[in-house]
Design a protein around this ligand. Structure first.
Ligand SMILES: [Zn+2]
Length: 306
């Protein structure tokens, strides 16, 4: 056991067995950096993932980590070596765990790109029902300097990045960023291979949007595409399909029970989450969010739903 392993073991013991809290210290990723290829890496230890791509003389990032992690993020970039400047930042959505260093990077001159609805949330004070409080607008330096509505393309060094809107999949402002030459697809929280899939129902995410988005991403990818979620390791498109198929089962069951007048709690009791291909940490939270989202879209589910 070398010193680093020993240190990690000690810290791991102090922090407890939470996989989320230990992810940064896992032996496979000792420095919080996982290389995807010679130009790209996933930076962990910022609560959620940041993807760093070197254009040769600067960095292009996908997301900026959680608030309070700016020094860690810059340290990870220094760990990658070479240049220090972040020229471009692409946000997968507007949640705080994706925009924590937006202001610092924006102030230092980074161009920030996001879907238009994400800029609206970032730049406006808004209510968060889970925390029952208002979230202040981020400072202007954190706001996207460029937005898109449906799709777009960006040149970055030798890379071509195609991006697009994933309608109401996790929030109402989700985007994918597809690095064509590297065959790396950043999908934010629209794919969730490790944690329970999250639907921000108040922020516009719902099961139907999630299923459409997973189908779209699956078609974009091929068998060699590295799909990088906002949390956890890169996965293949097989993982997208598995998540889609599981959520399709939940969707079908829930719509059926919704028609019969079940509440979210009734659905849980009736076993709406039973026998799924995934073990859930908090099925109650998921069913509540999915239920709220389905009612918000009840006119799209079937005729004569009410
Ligand atoms: Zn999110």
């Amino acid at each position: 056991m070398d010193r680093r392993t020993l240190l990690q073991g000690t810290l791991g013991g102090l922090l407890g067995a939470s996989a989320a809290r230990l992810a940064w210290a896992a032996p496979a990723q000792p420095s919080g950096i996982v290389h995807l290829n010679e130009k790209m890496a996933v930076l962990s230890g910022l609560k959620d993932n940041v993807i760093a791509f070197s254009t040769g003389d600067a960095w292009l990032l996908v997301d900026s980590g959680s608030p309070g992690y700016t020094d860690t993020l810059l340290g990870r970039l220094r760990g990658l070596g070479g240049h220090a400047k972040v020229r471009t930042l692409l946000n997968t959505h507007w949640h705080v765990d994706q925009t924590g260093s937006n202001a610092a990077l924006g102030k230092a001159g980074a161009k920030i790109i996001a879907q238009a609805k994400s800029r609206a949330w970032i730049s406006t004070e808004h209510y968060n029902p889970t925390e029952d409080r208002y979230i202040a607008a981020l400072p202007k330096a954190a706001w996207p300097t460029e937005v898109f509505y449906s799709t777009g393309t960006l040149g970055a060094g030798s890379e071509r990045v195609d991006y697009g809107y994933l309608v109401e999949a996790h929030t109402d402002g989700d985007a994918y960023y597809f690095f064509r030459n590297a065959n790396v697809l950043a999908v934010g929280h629209v794919c969730s291979p490790v944690k329970d899939p999250q639907l921000d129902w108040y922020g516009g995410g719902w099961l139907g949007g999630r299923l459409d988005a997973l189908t779209r991403l699956y078609k974009l990818a091929d068998d060699r595409t590295k799909i990088v979620p906002a949390y956890g390791p890169a996965v293949s498109r097989g993982a997208l399909k598995a998540e889609h198929d599981m959520l399709q089962v939940v969707y079908t069951r829930m719509v059926d029970l919704l028609r019969k007048g079940y509440s979210a709690e009734d659905m849980l009791t009736a076993g709406v989450m039973n026998g799924l291909a995934r073990k859930w940490t908090d099925p109650k939270k998921f069913v509540y969010a999915a239920f709220k989202g389905l009612w918000a879209h009840q006119d799209e589910l079937a005729p004569n739903i009410v």
